[in-house]
Design a protein around this ligand. Structure first.
Ligand SMILES: O=P(O)(O)OC[C@H]1O[C@H](OP(=O)(O)OP(=O)(O)O)[C@H](O)[C@@H]1O
Ligand code: HPA
Ligand SMILES: [Mg+2]
Length: 180
């Protein structure tokens, strides 16, 4: 393992199993209805790619790019929309697919931003939830794993843009991100 990482928190097999379970939950709630997935760049790319391949409904999708962490381990508190949707979501069954809810700032902002466009349903599917760090009130409808307050990387998640390609979720050593 890379010297900047402390341990593997969730291994590849555990992720695979849980992602399929989340897909089952979504399919149960939406039966044979069409779904519109919104992947939140960049962290959710790996998750949304795996999740949508477990779904048997008709799925269309788009990406939004937002960023609040930049190269730091602390949120700037300001959510910047770097790329908006290319499609109209009015009347659609929309599922926002995110990698992690930490302070909740990103998802709260996105949820309220998208709600104004009148989707039929607006759900949140999030792989990781770090409830101890929450600063704003937002809850996901589908949660993969609840994790402790440690900075994690892998499976799409980065620290200063590194480690997105790891097939597992790992914890970054505290000395690496302390005060950054
Ligand atoms: O709940 P919050 O405290 O808002 O944190 C969660 C958000 O922060 C990360 O995004 P980041 O800004 O690092 O962009 P990235 O996905 O491109 O890495 C992560 O992917 C979530 O989108
Ligand atoms: O623990 C984390 N890891 C990577 N990106 C993040 N964005 C918010 N929290 C995290
Ligand atoms: Mg990031």
């Amino acid at each position: 393992m890379n010297k900047d990482l402390k341990k593997i928190l969730i291994n590849e097999e555990e992720i695979k199993k849980r992602v399929c379970e989340l897909a089952e939950d979504i399919m149960r709630d939406f039966k044979d209805e069409e779904l519109f997935f919104i992947g939140v760049l960049k962290g959710s790319v790996v998750f949304v790619a795996d999740l949508m391949r477990c779904i048997k409904n008709d799925v269309t999708m788009d990406f939004m790019a937002v960023s609040s962490y930049g190269l730091s381990s602390q949120t700037s508190g300001v959510v910047r929309i770097l790329k908006d949707l290319d499609f109209d979501i009015e009347g659609k069954n929309v599922v926002i697919v995110e990698d992690i809810i930490d302070t909740g700032t990103t998802l709260k902002y996105l949820y309220e931003y998208l709600k104004k466009r009148n989707p039929k349903e607006l759900k949140i599917c999030c792989l990781l939830d770090k409830p101890e760090r929450r600063k704003v009130d937002i809850k996901a409808d589908y949660i993969g794993f609840t994790i402790p307050d440690e900075f994690v990387v892998g499976y799409g998640l980065d620290y200063a843009e590194r480690f997105r390609n790891l097939p597992y979720i790992a914890v970054v050593k505290e000395e690496v991100y302390a005060n950054k």
